[in-house]
Design a protein around this ligand. Structure first.
Ligand SMILES: [Zn+2]
Length: 103
């Protein structure tokens, strides 16, 4: 066969033309992102649980490991937020009680 780009004869099994570097395969090369646990997205999900939920729904089929990272980050984020809320509530209620007692 011949290179579509420069016309030089090339071998059938070659992926790129040795003369000009033009890709020879007819089917367009589709880039498949590899699936792996992602600390970055876990972190994003931690601080933005809603974003983590959306990413989880988008990725659960194609990138299950990444989706799981988002889910873990989201759960940790929600737990952390609940703990912070409980802490703040108890802190505030103690202060309010102190104010009431002082009156
Ligand atoms: Zn070529």
């Amino acid at each position: 066969m011949y290179c579509h780009h420069c016309g030089k004869e090339v071998q059938e099994d070659m992926q790129y033309c040795p003369n000009c570097g033009y890709p020879l395969q007819n089917s367009p090369y589709v880039y498949h992102e590899t699936d792996a646990p992602s600390f970055l997205f876990a972190l994003i999900s931690f601080f933005a649980p809603l974003a983590g939920l959306v990413l989880y729904i988008i990725w659960r089929k194609d990138f299950p490991q990444k989706a799981k990272s988002c889910m873990n980050g989201m759960i940790c984020g929600i737990i952390a937020e609940i703990l912070v809320t409980i802490f703040l509530m108890s802190y505030l209620s103690q202060n309010i009680m102190g104010v009431i007692i002082n009156i």
